[in-house]
Design a binder for this molecule. Structure first.
Ligand code: FES
Length: 615
């Protein structure tokens, strides 16, 4: 008799059968149910909250007592990584699907590029052989094509004799980068598709593209399932240190890509065998994990990647569910922490050709900065940490339904904007930024970042705001939403520790920007444009970012959100060989500044911790 335990995930309608001793987080991973797991199951982040609907989860662990309030514990909330069920159980996992949808919906300039794909499909009508023409099948076909890469696709060769005869010697041949990759019966030249991927640490996005027109036919995003091994690249690199860990991480990202592929093909009514090429971008760690390359040496000085150039391989080598001989292209990286996603941003924004000085900032789980001017391109990566994705923030969450994404303080009143107008569940990065900016402006937070207790507040702070301040586990905290109006039944607060995390994140980005400006001898006033790429950059309020000193103090009109520029760059490189060559050129030209060795970086960082004086 099996002693396995059945865990039913109610909202997702999925069931996992696990061995005794497994955690709910293990069960969720087995069932393919995404659960936030920023600390990789160590019990330190408090983000893997799930609610037990039926069954008994045992006494709360120390981590649960630390991270969950009394009301949450009473309502059956547990930390999935701490709870080891002994009997069958039904569990409710908050669904965060909207986080991906928002990333897909990002409006940027979009890829504007003339189609000039590396995939060519040619209709070939051959004379059938006869006793007076005994030429071999393969060479007969090649005679009608311009093949520049003569490597043979053995599978294709094996099927060719029968296929040619079945097709009466009238076929469509597909060349990918000059290599014969596929042969189909009849004139199938009108159907030629490719995929672009943005392999984000938190979210993976894919696009189905018609290679003839350059049109995007479908887009889909999923949570990067590697998140069960930690929210940031450092935790993932740590997990990849063993052969098994690396294999697990690669399998997770490839499974996510295949899930996206399934959905895109369905929506676009395209067959997997009609996908001839895939172009992927990601940070350097994600590129390594996607290809199954050990990223261990990225984590320690001198932070050397295993590869930097453009990588090309066949889809079958990764097990992606497209045409097996289809080509997968991973765009080049620039440095250990500046990856091909930044190359995508540079390509999509055409930053190298913009007049004056242009700064591009991509704030995701990492923060990458590019400064262009005087014919130079400089990049750096800032250790912003995942605070803007909600990690390490007491009630932080990703930008999904129920996340407070905007906060307004008007007199003594606090107004909240919640994604999808849902019952508040937590606060996402843009909400945190907004709340902190408003709190700095009304004097609840000092320029040094101290969340002031009621007795230290400056004159004139309305009583309605004073009442929201209280002493909590982590010092002073400000109540944003009260328990009655919160999905978990627990107040949503902003703590002193949250403000410190925000300061660290914004200081890292601002100091990185300062270093690049100094390196190029440019003052903040001389910046002509600041382009904000990525989901966070697109949803933040520019006034709040300026009020907190996340960005240099330029006129708000010079700051512009450019959508998912990394993904746009990947699509451009898929549609156009010229754009692809340009991506390689940009990666070669871009200089990289290693912040940890820059002499004054520490001073810049400490200075950037302060919030600018208001008014
Ligand atoms: S506390 Fe469970 S994954 Fe972090």
């Amino acid at each position: 008799m099996s002693n396995k335990i059945r865990i039913r995930f109610v909202s997702q309608q999925k069931i996992a059968e696990v061995q005794p001793g497994a955690t709910l987080l293990d069960a969720a991973a087995a069932a393919g149910v995404p659960v936030e797991g920023n600390c990789g199951g160590k019990g330190t982040c408090g983000k893997c909250k799930v609610r037990i609907v039926s069954g008994y989860g045992g006494e709360p662990s120390q981590a649960e007592v630390k991270h969950l309030g009394l009301k949450e514990l009473e309502a059956g909330w547990v930390l999935a990584c701490q709870c080891r069920p002994e009997k069958d159980m039904a569990v409710e996992v908050p669904v965060l699907t909207d986080a991906g949808r928002r990333k897909v919906r990002l409006q940027g300039g979009g890829p504007v590029v003339k189609p000039d794909p590396a995939v060519e499909k040619v209709y070939v009508r051959m004379e059938p052989p006869g006793l007076d023409d005994q030429g071999p099948d393969y060479e007969r076909l090649l005679g009608g094509l311009e093949v520049t890469d003569s490597r043979v696709n053995l599978e294709l060769l094996a099927s060719l004799p029968r296929l040619l005869r079945d097709a009466n010697f009238q076929v469509a041949a597909t060349l990918v980068g000059g290599r014969l990759a596929a042969v189909e019966r009849g004139d199938a030249t009108g159907r030629k598709y490719g995929l672009a991927f943005d392999l984000g640490t938190t979210t993976v996005v894919g696009w189905l593209v018609d290679l003839d027109t350059g049109d995007t036919l479908a887009a889909r995003a999923v949570t990067n399932p590697q998140n069960v091994y930690g929210a940031d690249v450092i935790s993932r690199i740590g997990h990849a240190g063993t052969h098994e860990g690396l294999r697990q991480l690669q399998q997770k990202i490839l499974a996510a890509c295949n899930e996206i592929i399934r959905c895109l093909l369905d929506e676009g009514r395209v067959a997997g065998d009609e996908i001839y090429e895939i172009v992927a971008v990601g940070n350097t760690t994600m590129s390594h994990l996607f290809l199954g390359i050990d990223p261990t040496f990225l984590a320690t000085a001198p932070y050397v990647p295993a590869f930097a150039g453009r990588m090309e391989l066949e889809a079958r080598e990764l097990g992606l569910d497209v045409m097996p001989a289809g080509r997968v292209v991973v765009l080049p990286n620039i440095a250990g922490y500046v990856g091909s996603d930044t190359v995508g941003v540079m390509l999509a924004t055409d930053i190298g050709r913009r007049p004056g000085f242009c700064l591009a900032v991509d704030i995701g789980t990492n923060g990458e900065v590019v400064l262009a001017g005087r014919g130079r391109l400089l990049t750096c990566s800032t250790a912003a940490g995942p605070a803007f994705e909600g990690a390490r923030i007491r009630h932080g969450m990703r930008a999904a339904a129920g996340a407070i994404e905007g906060v307004r303080i008007d007199g003594g009143e606090v107004g909240l904007e919640v994604i999808d107008d849902a019952t508040p569940l937590g606060i996402c990065g843009s909400g945190l930024l907004d709340a902190a900016a408003a709190m700095v402006q009304v004097g609840l937070i000092s320029p040094t970042g101290r969340l002031l207790p009621p007795e230290s507040l400056p004159e004139g702070v309305p009583p309605g705001l004073k009442e929201r301040l209280r002493r909590g586990k982590d010092g002073t905290e400000f109540v944003l939403a009260q328990d009655g109006s919160v999905a978990t039944g627990e107040d949503i607060v902003i703590t002193q520790k949250d403000i410190r995390e925000l300061q660290l994140a914004k200081a890292a980005i601002y100091a990185g920007i300062q270093v690049l400006l100094k390196e190029l001898e440019v003052t903040p006033e001389e910046i002509d444009e600041i382009l904000l790429a990525g989901a966070f950059g697109n949803y933040i309020k520019i006034d709040s970012a300026l009020a907190l000193g996340l960005l240099p103090a330029v006129a708000p009109g010079r700051i512009k959100a450019v959508g998912n520029a990394a993904g746009d760059g990947a699509r451009m490189a898929l549609i156009s060989g010229t754009a692809r060559a340009e991506a390689s050129d940009l990666a070669r030209r871009a200089g990289h500044v290693e912040l940890s060795t820059w002499p004054d970086f520490q001073d810049e960082f400490v200075n950037a911790m302060y919030f600018p004086k208001q008014g």
